[in-house]
Design a protein around this ligand. Structure first.
Ligand SMILES: Cc1cc2nc3c(=O)[nH]c(=O)nc-3n(C[C@H](O)[C@H](O)[C@H](O)COP(=O)(O)OP(=O)(O)OC[C@H]3O[C@@H](n4cnc5c(N)ncnc54)[C@H](O)[C@@H]3O)c2cc1C
Length: 474
């Protein structure tokens, strides 16, 4: 049979369901071992930008809807959709740096920690990419990007100065503050409904910090309430060069044993050793510090050490179920106590040995620039079950649902990064930004060439499900 000329016109490969490598092309690069069953019509393994353009045009000819994959880290496997063409841009990982402007240009599948960060460190520069080294910058930046010290340096998307985009008609355009400004606005927060394929990001970098110091207090889980009550009172005043994260996770102890502890950590990005160490002083004022199982006070640290730690915490291809919430207690009678109780089960009852939960300070909250990303609060929580046996799914799904239902009274919305709207739909954008995004999409992608959010109820997006009128669907 003569091959269809359309399907051979690529430097990369168009893989069809009948091909031996179909499943590898469809889900092989999905980080979460819990793979979706969804079946596209074809997967284009793009070799370069021209392939992306040709892929979008082929999709138009065939009436296919386009999905995109950069790093494959979306927990819910967003890139794998039923029907249409999946364009896998995994090969687009070229990086270049302009020393005069300090701007780094990188392909969307560049791994933020494994590739971009070491490249910049060699040049004395830094970009606050994602914590897990293998996360692709594509999905990460499009959804806002909770990178290193986001509390002090802002959302990673705030450092995007331009994007190169293949549009719904296959054209390649630059979007920045002066041209195609609608796409530039949407590229910073629209997440997996961006009406185009980003093929290059242009990112502002900062000089690398002088010293990294790390404080870690390990507490028993029963001290969670006392420790968090103190931290809620203290975190606004800790200097903004300190990333403040609490983690409930299995923790190796000096005697060789391991058990789940509640870790309170401060990572100070200092100008020098004295500055970094001084920035962490407030942690020593925790009123129950004498009950800590161990205290590491402002120890010298490195990004390489943190990257290795992240890899240990997030084993690739294990099964993950996760969810997240922006915590806000402003409307409750006893703000801090209600918030602490609302999130307590997330940190103290994880049913999986390797599962973990994080609380991340985002205070004091910074004003955001004009971009699609627009919903956050003073603190973020996420919880993850991590397991190998698919038979544990039902138990772990119930646990995640229960702990986040318990947190609903103090939940303002969620972050796209750890979300799965096929299971739970929440607010993730300010209403005015949401309305503006619909206009950008209608204008840029009137024929619906690109998939929209993957959700159980696409008609009721950007609403907290418990605040809806009518039937209380999840
Ligand atoms: C282990 C782990 C750690 C994580 N840590 C962090 C963290 O520290 N901070 C944080 O903010 N998030 C974090 N995340 C969440 C992560 O940022 C998101 O899952 C993000 O979508 C990953 O980007 P990706 O390119 O790897 O994903 P993909 O699955 O490839 O992409 C997700 C979706 O984004 C869209 N998309 C991706 N690339 C493009 C493109 N080039 N053009 C148009 N649309 C595109 C598509 O709709 C795609 O389906 C983590 C995830 C994992 C698995």
């Amino acid at each position: 049979m003569t091959p269809d000329p359309d399907t051979t016109a690529f430097d990369g490969r168009l893989v069809l369901p009948s091909d031996a490598e179909w499943d590898e092309a469809r889900v092989g690069r999905i980080f979460n071992g819990r793979r979706p069953d969804r079946q596209p019509e074809a997967v284009l393994i793009a070799a370069g930008i021209a392939d992306v353009q040709a892929g979008v045009r082929l999709a138009a000819q065939r009436g296919w809807t386009v999905a995109v994959r950069s790093g494959g880290h979306a927990w819910a496997g967003w890139s794998v959709r039923d029907g249409g063409l999946l364009i896998d841009v995994g090969a687009l990982r070229e990086i270049s740096f302009d020393a005069e402007t300090g701007i780094v240009t990188a392909g969307p599948a560049t791994k933020g920690g494994d590739e971009l960060s070491p490249y910049l460190e060699e040049r004395g520069r830094f970009f606050n990419g994602g914590h897990c080294p293998s996360v692709g910058i594509g999905g990460f930046l499009l959804q806002g990007g909770q990178g290193w010290n986001q509390r002090g340096w802002g959302w990673a998307a705030e450092s995007v100065v331009a994007v190169d985009v293949v549009t719904a008609d296959g054209e390649l355009v630059r979007a920045d503050g002066t041209q195609n400004t609608d796409l530039y606005w949407a590229a910073r927060g629209a997440g997996p409904t961006f009406p185009g394929v980003v093929v290059r990001f242009h990112l502002a970098t900062r000089p690398i910090f002088g010293w990294l110091a790390h404080t870690v207090h390990g507490y028993e889980l029963e001290d969670f309430t006392a420790v968090m009550t103190w931290l809620y009172a203290a975190h606004h005043d800790i200097p903004d060069n300190v990333e403040i994260v609490c983690v409930s996770s299995p923790t190796p102890l000096p005697d060789g044993t391991e058990r789940r502890l509640f870790l309170v950590t401060g990572l100070a990005f200092g100008d020098d050793e004295a500055h970094a160490r001084a920035s962490l002083a407030a942690f020593n004022a925790c009123p129950v510090i004498d009950r800590a199982v161990f205290v590491q006070d402002a120890a010298e640290s490195s990004l390489a050490e943190h990257r290795a730690q992240q890899e240990l915490q997030n084993p690739e291809h294990w099964q993950y179920i996760c969810d997240n919430a922006w915590i806000d207690g402003e409307n409750t009678a006893d703000g801090v106590a209600t918030m602490v109780e609302g999130i307590r089960p997330l940190f103290t009852t994880n049913p999986t040995e390797r599962g973990f939960a994080i609380w991340m300070s985002n205070a004091p909250r910074r004003a955001l620039p004009d971009m699609a990303f627009s919903l956050h609060s003073d603190a973020y929580v996420a919880a993850y079950t991590v397991y190998e046996n698919p038979a544990d799914f039902a138990r772990n799904r119930s646990w995640v649902d229960e702990v986040f239902a318990h947190a609903e009274p103090v939940t303002a919305g969620q972050y796209l990064g750890d979300s799965d709207m096929t299971n739970r739909q929440l607010k993730f954008m300010a209403p005015e930004n949401w309305a503006r995004l619909q206009r950008v999409i209608a204008d840029r992608d009137p024929d619906g060439r690109f998939h929209r959010y993957l959700a159980a109820d696409p008609e009721r997006l950007n609403e907290n499900h418990w605040e809806r009128s009518g039937t209380p669907v999840r």
